[in-house]
Write a protein that binds this ligand. Structure first.
Ligand SMILES: Nc1nc2c(ncn2[C@@H]2O[C@H](COP(=O)(O)OP(=O)(O)OP(=O)(O)O)[C@@H](O)[C@H]2O)c(=O)[nH]1
Ligand SMILES: [Mg+2]
Length: 325
């Protein structure tokens, strides 16, 4: 089973932690979870990420952290595999978060908008440093959530709207969660709903995951010397693939139902028609078997991935749901 490539876009202002998150996510996914791993298609690009990650762990002081991105977009393609067998390739971009507040005439803003319009999964990166207390109107400015809402609006206006049957996945990643983990989890979730109300509306078809991540719980007291022990960094990528599998599974089941209906109709036909169309019936029957086998493979993978997703909050059209098969 191999799914189509998808592009993913992470939206987040400068300093939100996009690059640090990418490093942590990649490092953890090299070893992987439940037999699922991620590796950069281009070995040198992968090595760059690992070098930066090692610097983050080994160095003490401000220099351990990646430098803020400059004006160029960094593109990565990752292979997501199970037992080293490719399931899906994912494209990722890393860019300067300032692009989020710049005018659309800037080249990287254009690039970001174009890339976003082709994306199959969206990540919103919100820094925990702005969530240490209940949100205020100022928070919207600090995290640029209105700009993110605008990007989503723009995205959706060029596309078919998502529906509850064909939802669009968005992960709200709360980076640097070490800085706000003292807060009640439910309260933080309510804050997210206030910042992105449209994503939680009835019948809207947004499949939203709210996921706290951190590169280490000691970092809240000392970001430059605290131990680096990533928490939850694998979950957004697990969610991205899980939701693609979910969509693929729905398509397959639809195809299965149509194929078995065709076979049923053949079986109801009179003996002469049956005899003439024998070859066609055989073809449909073997096609049905192949579809059934693929559905089982999809469900098996979903089962494994959904285990990881039990610990996060998932909402479909505003109602809380449990990741299942
Ligand atoms: N407490 C804490 N601080 C973090 C964590 N991750 C990143 N930081 C801090 O956040 C700063 C900014 O992180 P970056 O990853 O560079 O942010 P960015 O979104 O890539 O920023 P731009 O490249 O300018 O768009 C880092 O230099 C760290 O000081 C974390 O998990 N916990
Ligand atoms: Mg960066």
């Amino acid at each position: 089973m191999q799914l189509e490539n998808i592009k993913t876009t992470i939206l987040g202002t400068t300093g939100a932690g996009k690059t640090s998150y990418l490093l942590g996510m990649y490092a953890v996914m090299q070893t992987g979870v439940q037999g699922f791993t991620l590796s950069a298609k281009d070995i040198d690009r992968g090595l760059d990420l690992i070098e930066k990650w090692e610097q983050l762990i080994a160095l003490q002081g401000e220099d351990r952290w990646p430098a803020p991105n400059a004006g160029t977009m960094e593109h990565y393609t990752f292979d997501f595999s199970y037992g080293f067998r490719l399931i899906q390739s994912l494209e990722w971009i890393d860019y300067r978060g300032l692009a989020l507040s710049d005018h659309s005439s800037q080249q990287d803003v254009q690039e970001l908008t174009n890339y976003l319009s082709e994306s199959g999964c969206l990540f919103l990166c919100i820094s925990g440093e702005y969530l240490t207390d209940k949100i205020t109107p100022n928070t919207v400015r600090e995290i640029k959530s209105d700009r993110m809402n605008q990007f989503i609006q723009q995205y959706i206006s060029n596309k078919q709207n998502p529906t509850p049957e064909n939802p669009f996945p968005i992960a709200i990643i709360i980076t640097k969660y070490d800085l706000c983990h003292h807060r009640d989890k439910q309260e933080v979730i309510e804050d997210m709903k206030k910042l992105f109300p449209a994503l939680f509306t009835h019948d809207s078809g947004w499949l939203v995951m709210i996921c706290p991540v951190s590169l280490g719980k000691e970092l809240c007291d000392d970001p430059d010397h605290g131990d680096i022990v990533p928490i939850n960094t694998h979950l957004p990528i697990v969610f991205a693939v899980y939701s693609q599998l979910r969509a693929h599974g729905i398509q397959l089941k639809d195809k299965r139902d149509r194929t078995s209906k065709t076979i049923d109709n053949f079986n109801k036909a009179n003996p002469i028609v049956k005899w003439i169309k024998d070859k066609e019936v055989q073809n449909n029957t073997s096609q049905l078997q192949a579809i059934e086998a693929e559905i089982s493979a999809v469900e098996e993978n979903m089962q494994l991935l959904s285990k990881e997703l039990q610990q996060v909050s998932l909402f479909l059209s505003g109602s809380e749901v449990i990741a299942g098969v």
